[in-house]
Design a protein around this ligand. Structure first.
Ligand SMILES: Cc1ncc(C[n+]2csc(CCOP(=O)(O)OP(=O)(O)O)c2C)c(N)n1
Ligand SMILES: [Mg+2]
Length: 189
């Protein structure tokens, strides 16, 4: 089991210029924000289940960029069908990192389906995503980094993380128009 906040920060250290980051509500967004403000980040605060579709659309629209989505097991479970669409569209520039703490931490740490028999890597693979992996140990950090930065997508990495309640680190603004304009300026520059 890994600790999400230092993991996300380490993964984003020295990120390449063409990397656009998307984060699902809310814990993944607090992690990405805690790693530092960056105009190339688009962070969901609501819209549970929409981070994957957004990342897919972005990957198709911006083929010269690499798109990295951090999202939670609960957020992903809300719209699993997106994995089938991603496999069928097959964007080579899309990487999904599921931060799987087997719980809905943001709303009180209730168990999700992945606390039971549901295996998100198996779901992704069954949908047709070929580059998949489940990461469970710190010693696999370099494998994860290589998957994120060097593998042909679509990539799906399910990272088993500790179910911990951490301080919320809010973006500078909660205004949607501000966020979209800021991101659009960075994404298409
Ligand atoms: C449609 C919808 N249903 C429920 C919620 C309430 N909600 C907000 S965050 C969250 C849990 C998200 O769980 P997960 O993606 O696993 O993130 P974690 O906090 O565990 O990292 C829930 C249920 C919501 N925002 N929207
Ligand atoms: Mg979770």
């Amino acid at each position: 089991m890994l600790h999400r906040r230092p993991l996300v920060k380490r993964l984003l250290k020295n990120r390449p210029n063409n990397l656009l980051v998307v984060s699902g509500l809310g814990s993944s967004t607090w992690d990405v924000t805690s790693a530092g403000e960056d105009d190339r980040n688009f962070r969901f605060i609501g819209a549970m289940g929409q981070a994957g579709p957004f990342a897919l659309g972005l990957a198709l629209a911006q083929p010269e960029k690499r798109i990295l989505l951090f999202t939670g097991d609960g957020e992903l479970l809300m719209g699993l069908g997106v994995l089938a669409t991603i496999a069928n569209q097959s964007p080579s520039n899309l990487v999904i990192v599921a931060l799987d703490n087997e719980s809905y931490v943001e709303t009180g740490s209730q168990p999700t389906a992945t606390a039971g028999p549901t295996d998100l890597e198996a779901v992704a693979r069954g949908c047709g995503i070929v580059a998949t992996r489940t990461i469970t140990k710190e010693s696999e950090f370099n494998v994860l980094r290589d998957l994120i930065y060097d593998s042909t997508g679509p990539v799906f990495a399910n990272v088993k993380i500790v179910s911990e309640v951490l301080p919320l680190v809010f973006p500078e603004s909660f205004d949607g128009v501000t966020a979209v304009n800021r991101f659009r300026g960075a994404a298409i520059s």
